[in-house]
Design a protein. Sequence first.
Length: 65
Amino acid sequence: MAVLKADLDACQGYANCVVGADDVYDIGDDGTVVLLRTTIDDADRARVEAAARSCPVSALWLEDE
């Protein structure tokens, strides 16, 4: 299991993460990422991590619990 983290100050609202995993990421009214889940199961990790890596400003990452 992993914990999803976001640097909201770095987020520019590109929404690449939403395209990759819209059940985990959203964009709020302020134009920055909203994490719909922060605990990521091993079964979803590769997909969620790929979506995080698609962020052009590296505002998203996973940490092992």
